[in-house]
Design a protein. Structure first.
Length: 295
């Protein structure tokens, strides 16, 4: 996921601030400004449960986005806030990931943030579960001078405090790895190995990782081998083209059909969500992404 910060318990109807800084306001309007419509039939069903991130189509009314998603073979909408959690079910879809109760720069890697994060999480998690939301994204926070070891230990301690409520309600908190090279300077969970150490320490089925292919290609590369080696810890995927986080087409450097095939071959049963900013017609780009990853 690509956001420089997220408002506390924020609505996914708001676009992410870092899109403005990364692409420029004019490019964002071009990418997100036109509502997408229902333009294509559903593709042949594949082995991956595909979804789309709400914020990438923030100018499109949520009901319209749901109808479009269903028409092209998606099973849900990703990264919704509480005010939109209920909408996908009205269209035969699922809310596949809830927005965080924290922010990207202020996360679990500092003990002085734990009290608020735990209190907010203990309130937020039951509400999400009651709405049928089974996964919530969480963040490490920025380093701000902390060592990798300190950050790991602190994240484990803070997240463990939320595991009883998450386990009781059947909700999985998914820490997202983000690149600190281009989009999120100083973000701590910027390598898969670091995040896996946090997951090992938390040691709960209610804590897993969100592997964003775009971010990890920018940061460390070797995507398919890394996914294969760490798949048991990964409960969610995001896609976008590299560089630029636009369409996952032939104009960017990743072989998404190969990546999708490798993930499906691993037996992955979770959600594979598209989180790219379209430069062309949104519905067309989304349909093409779904077709590329229908394996």
């Amino acid at each position: 996921m690509d956001r420089s910060s997220m408002d506390h318990v924020s609505s996914a109807s708001c676009s992410r601030r870092d899109v403005l800084s990364t692409l420029g306001r004019g490019a964002v309007v071009a990418a997100l400004g036109d509502p997408i419509g229902i333009t294509a039939p559903a593709p042949v069903a594949g082995r991956l449960n595909q979804s789309v991130a709400r914020w990438c189509f923030s100018k499109t009314p949520i009901a319209q986005l749901c109808d479009t998603a269903r028409s092209i073979g998606l099973m849900g909408i990703d990264l919704l806030g509480p005010d939109e959690w209920h909408v996908p079910a009205q269209h035969g879809l699922a809310c596949t990931m809830g927005n965080s109760f924290g922010t990207i720069p202020i996360g679990f890697n500092r003990p002085d943030h734990h009290a608020k994060l735990v209190a907010d999480g203990e309130s937020y998690i039951p509400r999400a579960a009651a709405a049928g939301v089974k996964k919530i994204v969480v963040f490490s926070g920025n380093r701000a001078g902390l060592s990798d070891g300190e950050g790991i230990v602190n994240c484990i301690a803070g997240l463990k405090r939320l595991m009883p409520v998450a386990e009781r309600h059947g909700v999985v908190l998914c820490m997202e790895m983000l690149n600190s090279k281009v989009d999120h300077k100083d973000y701590h969970a910027d390598h898969t190995a670091w995040a896996v150490e946090v997951a090992r320490g938390v040691d709960s089925t209610s804590f897993r990782l969100l592997y964003d292919v775009y971010h990890m290609q920018v940061m460390e590369g070797d995507v398919m081998a890394t996914i294969k080696a760490n798949r048991p810890w990964i409960a969610h995927f995001h896609t976008a083209g590299v560089p630029g986080r636009n369409e996952i087409d032939g104009a960017q450097e990743l072989n998404y059909r190969g990546i999708a095939t490798a993930i499906a071959d691993s037996g992955y049963q979770g959600v594979f969500a598209h989180e790219f900013i379209p430069r062309r017609d949104g519905a067309t780009s989304l349909r093409e992404a779904v077709e590329t990853c229908t394996v």
